[in-house]
Design a protein around this ligand. Sequence first.
Ligand SMILES: [Fe+2]
Ligand SMILES: [Fe+2]
Length: 155
Amino acid sequence: MEPTMTDEHRPTITDVLGKDHRDLDALWDRVEATPATDRPNRQRIFAAFRSGLLAHIAEEEEQLFPRFDKTDPTLRTLVDRLLAEHREIREVLDRIDRALRTGDGAIEELGFELVNALGEHNAREESFAYPWLDGRLSPEQVREVQRRLGPRDRF
Ligand SMILES: [Fe+2]
Ligand SMILES: [Fe+2]
């Protein structure tokens, strides 16, 4: 569809949260690009990445997923799956946090696990969950999500 002037002022969940996925991916890339010898910086960037991703997940779980129609079995299956993936992502984040604190070499393997889990999860949200929400949320509701998340490059 051709973008119009109106579209420009009409943010979508797909755009806002899709961009947040990408901004968070870029932050993770910075963690990986920081040499293991520079542990303070690695931990600092990881802390920003982790709190950003946890805020993103909390927004989805507290504000967005409850909007899905639980009587629709397809949507219920989708939400259950996304929630299970969130649990998995949180767990990997905790393991990476521990590995970074202790200088554990498993960080590379854990990073691979994280990137895999996030890739599939984000694609599922962007292809199914966000478009469904965009069909139901008003532009003002989308702007509220945008405001609560705030800018990602804030450190
Ligand atoms: Fe998610
Ligand atoms: Fe997401």
